[in-house]
Ligand binder design. Structure first.
Ligand code: ZN
Length: 210
């Protein structure tokens, strides 16, 4: 996998073009990766939503469960994935970030001892993870991220960090903690960012630095 002219090139990469986007990034391009989960039934249905002009949402990439990637916007164009957002001393993270949507249905609910997605697909316990979300205090169930998908995301983060001046890898749940829970506790966000970036400044220690 490599990046050529804002496009990801590789064996497992497809390209489409979303009509939902802003201008090109100002000031030398994106410096943040924002990781999301799609909360959709499939990567294909997520791509359809992110292509729909009525929905006014997009992301640069969608990573399917099997690790295949769809690129919807070149990396020099502003996508519409973060929404109202704030972290450290900045707001409006679409202006600074590449959005990566990870195919995963998100939080599960329990009924009669069985686990279901929000769209009522039953999930085997082997595909579920119990954990406390960083923005919450009670434990709940979440859909597991397959190893193949996690490996692809880490590789992708490495590639984007080495190609662009990326300083931060953040979850949507961190830049919009009142509204968003993605990518959630089943996703090894802290591990991936420390492996990719090394020691990362936290919002409290980073706030107020120029
Ligand atoms: Zn999100």
């Amino acid at each position: 996998m490599k990046i050529e002219g804002g496009r990801l090139v590789g064996d497992h990469v497809d390209h489409v073009t979303s009509p939902n986007h802003g201008e090109t990034f100002a000031n030398g391009g994106p410096d943040t990766l924002i990781l999301h989960h799609t909360a959709c039934a499939s990567a294909a249905s997520a791509v359809r939503i992110l292509m729909d002009p009525q929905r006014q949402v997009s992301a640069h990439l969608v990573v399917a469960e099997d690790g295949t990637i769809t690129q919807l916007l070149p990396f020099n164009i502003i996508g519409w994935h973060a929404g109202r957002s704030a972290w450290a001393d900045r707001t409006e993270f679409n202006q600074f970030s590449i959005g990566v949507e990870i195919d995963n249905p998100g939080r599960l609910h329990q009924r009669d001892g069985r686990l279901f997605t929000w769209f009522e697909r039953e999930i085997a316990e082997a595909d579920a993870v119990q954990g406390v979300h960083r923005n919450e205090s009670a434990s709940s169930w979440w859909h597991r991220y397959p190893t193949r998908q996690l490996e692809m995301i880490e590789q992708l983060c490495q590639l984007l960090v080495s190609t662009y001046s990326v300083r931060y890898i953040l979850g949507h749940e961190e830049v919009a903690p009142q509204r968003k829970v993605d990518p959630g506790p089943a996703f090894p966000l802290d591990q991936i960012r420390s492996r990719v970036l090394g020691d990362v400044p936290s919002p409290s220690t980073d706030a107020g630095t120029p």
